[in-house]
Design a protein. Sequence first.
Length: 304
Amino acid sequence: MCSLLRPLRLNASAPAPMNESVMSTLLSHKMIDNQPLYYLDEGHGPVVIFCHGLLTTSQMWRPQIDQLSSQYRCIAIDFWGHGQTKTIPETTQNLQDVAQQVLALMDRLNIHSAAIIGHGSGGAIAAELILHAPTRIHGLVMLNSFLGFEPQVNCVKYQKLMTQIANQQAISLDLAQTISGLFFSKDIEQLLIQDPSLSAAVEQFTAGLTAFSSAQITALLKFATMAIFKRDTLEFVELLTLPTLVVVGVRGYLRTALESYLMHDAIDGSQLLPIEQAGHLVNIETPAIVNKYLLDFFDKINFN
């Protein structure tokens, strides 16, 4: 999958800060379909729900939550098989089911309405949630997400990656470094020179991948299958009539800017924010830019 990429290499003696932060941040949970679903709940005010994508966790949103929680109640979910959520309900078969489970979590938390941010496959979950309960979501932000079918060439690549994880029953450091090379910008070496503090974020993300325990690999792989082979919700895009912000890291490996331009054209009245140099983890690579636009976007939304 990554034969043309140079994997990001961690210092072999470096600590695993993401592992430590995940372990020290004890999340709350609610029983959803007889399994514990973990989530972070910080701040007060109108609710913003954060949906991470495949192979990330609620921790990816820390740069946004640190700033937004002064004005908004931020709910960041660890989806099935990710972070502190180790299992997956037997009845969960697709992202429509996952969206229903997010709605169930909202009900358990007495949240009637919210805005929602989705990254990668988290954007597809957000769209499914809106299609099911349009009156409960008042704003949508998609970061490097695509609502159509996953291109076949990507499906093949992702399946190979998941096969490696299945065979290892873990994510080794070598594999984590290879995956990390896909999630960050094609210009990451230049970005590290411009902002040396970004190297800590790269190390944290890479080390966090190795934190997936063997006990949760089965749940992770089931979630991955649902994320990779999601349905084409572009068929229903005319139903997405809420304020929408489409954010894309132009220099990413996993999603093309063309896909985000397509969604911007398809979603009536949406805003498009292309960010040069950034990759798939645009919110981590360029947090100041993303946060500025998020605050401006949410400020214009009627949460009532």
